[in-house]
Design a protein around this ligand. Structure first.
Ligand code: SF4
Length: 212
């Protein structure tokens, strides 16, 4: 995309994340499939082994777009399975590409502890998601984005991790290279560079997302 390898950029996000947000740990585990590339880069830069301590059930769809909390929770429970032989007694760096509501991360951290992980250090390969997308990505409205209203420490406590670290905005933009001023960063900054589409449905969506 734009002359860059998406895989390489995602891996670079993980390398930079390891430098910005190191963790004293034994193993790097990705949240599949969203965290796999970044976890590869993290493990590479940190000199830690990468292991698939969570296995995804490919027959269940994405969870964050499900409308009801109960359905989302059920989705997380059946979608990922922890691998005890990898997690037991280990200090784990858990890598994902974002935290949206926080409910999915919370379930995954708990699942890893139940499988025997001694520590879980959550690392996210982008800055906190503080603002909704109006350009086509189906993120929830602002009031449902945990980073829009909670501090880093509050988010860490909510998801139950021993530590939590995000990649900086500079780290994110530095990973995509020379075209950096032209990229949208609205979900990390709340600064929308392109006017919203001028049709009623889009405005309604905007109003619903911002005011509730
Ligand atoms: S960066 Fe911009 S286009 Fe991409 S999801 Fe965020 S708000 Fe939407």
């Amino acid at each position: 995309m734009f002359g860059k390898s998406v895989n390489e950029v995602r891996t670079e996000l993980g390398r930079r994340l390891a430098k910005e947000q190191p963790a004293d740990a034994d193993v790097v585990v990705p949240v599949p499939d969203s965290g796999v590339c970044a976890a590869t880069g993290y493990a590479d830069a940190a000199g830690l082994p990468l292991q698939m301590g969570l296995i995804r059930n490919h027959y269940v769809g994405r969870t964050f777009i499900e409308p009801h909390q109960s359905i989302r929770h059920f989705g997380v429970r059946v979608k990922l399975n922890p691998v005890k032989s990898i997690l037991q007694g280990r200090r784990v760096v858990l890598v994902d590409d974002s935290i949206v509501r926080g409910t999915t991360s919370r379930k995954i951290v708990k699942m890893m502890r139940n499988a025997g992980a001694s520590e879980v250090h959550m690392r996210i390969s982008c800055p906190p998601t503080i603002s909704p997308c109006f350009y086509g990505v189906d993120t929830p409205k602002r009031s449902e984005l945990i980073a829009a209203t909670q501090t880093l420490e509050e988010i860490r406590r909510f998801i139950g991790a021993d530590s939590l670290g995000y990649l900086s905005l500079d780290g994110l933009l530095g990973s995509v290279g020379e075209a950096r001023p032209s990229y949208c960063t609205s979900c990390s900054t709340g600064d929308y560079p392109v006017p919203f589409p001028e049709n009623e449905a889009a405005y309604l969506q905007l109003a619903l997302k911002l005011n509730e």
